[in-house]
Design a protein around this ligand. Structure first.
Ligand code: HEM
Length: 487
């Protein structure tokens, strides 16, 4: 059982004083941390920054300014860490914990104290974590395998049609349908019918709307938000009301079935399982938050991971051939892979890891000091001060990954190569007690689907396609289309 101990709630449960967490107050030697050269009064570091690609901007700044730097926009100053050694230091759970800020905090109106957005001191974090973590253990995962195969079957039906018609497939669009259906079916027994619809299910439109709204709140300065976002705020309220209503209906339908002790999915667990030690149960309001949390956290990141992996596979013929050879060999004679067969695709798993290294689809996470400390032996931080870890920069730091860190090479995840690297330099799923609860789920789903696709099709990219990466709360290859031919 992961414990957020007393030390993990840096203030022992009480909120830190308001305003304390601005970088100016939290970092006594902030002046020693570089910032972009052309800082404009009032606006801050806006030269060279774009609204649509803030993560890729930050990565560029990391290359220019070094392993730690700061950016200021509209009076808010944020410290970024992209160097692998400093990021590894931030993974020390005895001194640092998750910080709920920025994009994550903006999701609080919709996800509340759900697992992803809960503050460390909120009791519902530990309760929900302990109740739901067994929902990702081996036995439960083996139960999801059948549903994952069913959803993958709907994808290949559709891709077969496209292949017969000689038309390219929309990779991010179809991967998003796949992962959404998978988490909805395995989590809550819900079917959005994404593959059968011309337009997205209204729930999906509302969910994407609330995420886009949260993203916009990141870039519109606080005092201007009520004015600039007036219409968007009204739409967001309608979206949230729709999300809540739909989830309440799903929960009510399940309650009407009466449970019966069998734990088929996460929703059964939320409704039926009490905390093993305290006997406490999740409240109806918290269950609503968790359902929305899992639908959001459980699909876009995995869909991006699958999409980037397919991009690299289609581009690198040698890697594709080696991965196909592995699938053909390891799954030979099986019309459908069993649960245990998925982890046997070792090379394909390395392809996935390497894609997540170059393109960590959850591109950053924030860490705060549990008490006064010195980051990397050089940068003093007061209790509550925080920094944003840029996973993409950490994953491409030549000091940890070598001079060719920008190139795609799955053999970096060969066990010997992994052992030769320092610890804590590969963190696509975050770190510590608040790391991703769905890691195994995502890796199983993605490896299974890639295996099924490679066994069935040869993949070719569209001539002239150059990778462009779109940013919502997650990263996604924009406009990626592939041509297929049945093997
Ligand atoms: C490739 C796919 C995925 C990636 C890259 C990813 C990444 C992450 C990261 C980086 C965090 C930590 C965020 C932070 O520190 O603020 C996180 C947390 C979380 N993820 Fe994932 N995730 C993925 C898939 C999933 C799936 C499939 C699920 C659900 C089935 C899920 C559910 C969650 C939840 C609930 C949390 C919050 C955990 C907590 O704080 O206790 N994720 N994820």
């Amino acid at each position: 059982m992961a414990q957020i101990t007393e030390a993990a709630a840096p203030d022992g449960g009480a909120a830190l004083p308001k305003g304390f967490r601005s970088a100016q107050q939290g970092w006594p030697e902030l002046d020693r941390i570089p910032h972009p050269p052309r800082r404009i009064p009032l606006l801050g570091d806006v030269v060279g920054a774009t609204v649509r690609r803030p993560v890729q901007d930050s990565m560029r700044f990391a290359r220019e300014l070094g392993p730690i730097f700061r950016r200021k926009a509209f009076g808010k100053e944020i410290v970024f860490v992209g160097g692998a050694a400093l990021a590894a230091d931030l993974a020390d759970e005895s001194r640092f914990a998750k910080h709920v800020g920025l994009g994550v905090a903006n999701l609080r109106p919709v996800a509340g104290d759900g697992l992803f957005t809960a503050y460390n001191h909120e009791p519902n974090w530990q309760l929900a974590h302990d109740v739901l973590a067994p929902g990702f253990h081996r036995d439960a995962m083996a139960g999801y395998h059948r549903l994952m195969l069913d959803v993958a079957g709907r994808l290949t039906e559709r891709w077969d049609e496209r292949e017969r018609a000689g038309r390219a497939v929309d990779v991010p669009g179809d991967m998003t349908k796949l992962t959404l259906e998978t988490i909805a079916r395995t989590g809550f027994g819900y079917d959005f019918g994404s593959f059968e619809r011309e337009r997205p299910h209204p729930f999906v439109t509302a969910m994407v709307g609330t995420l886009a709204f949260a993203q916009r709140r990141n870039v519109v300065p606080g005092p201007l938000a009520p004015l600039v976002l007036r219409a968007a705020t009204r739409r967001n309220e309608a979206d949230m009301a729709y999300l809540n209503r739909t989830v309440d209906e799903v929960v009510a339908a399940r309650q009407a079935e009466g449970g019966g002790g069998e734990l088929r999915d996460l929703l059964d667990r939320m409704l039926q399982v009490a905390h093993p030690e305290t006997g406490e149960r999740l409240t109806a309001e918290n269950i609503r938050r968790q359902v929305i949390t899992f639908l959001v956290a459980g699909h876009e990141t995995t869909s991006g991971a699958l999409s980037f992996a397919l991009h690299h596979l289609a581009r690198d013929r040698q890697v594709l051939a080696r991965a196909q050879e592995e699938v053909d060999r390891v799954w030979a004679g099986k019309s459908e892979p069993a649960y245990e067969d998925v982890a046997k695709l070792r090379y394909l798993r390395r392809v996935l890891d390497e894609s997540l290294r170059l393109w960590p689809t959850a591109p950053g996470f924030a860490r705060e000091a549990r008490h006064d400390t010195v980051l990397g032996g050089e940068h003093p931080m007061r209790r509550g001060a925080w920094a944003l870890v840029l996973a993409m920069s950490m994953h491409r730091d030549p000091e940890a990954w070598g001079p060719d860190a920008d190139s795609f090479d799955p053999d970096r995840f060969d066990p010997k190569a992994v052992r030769a690297r320092p610890a804590h330099v590969f963190k696509p799923f975050g770190t510590g007690a608040r790391a991703c609860i769905g890691r195994q789920f995502a890796l199983h789903e993605a490896t299974l689907v890639l295996g099924l696709l490679l066994r069935r099709y040869d993949l070719r990219g569209e001539p002239g396609y150059r990778l462009r990466v779109a940013e919502r709360l997650t990263l996604m290859p924009e406009g990626l289309r592939l041509n297929l031919s049945r093997r």
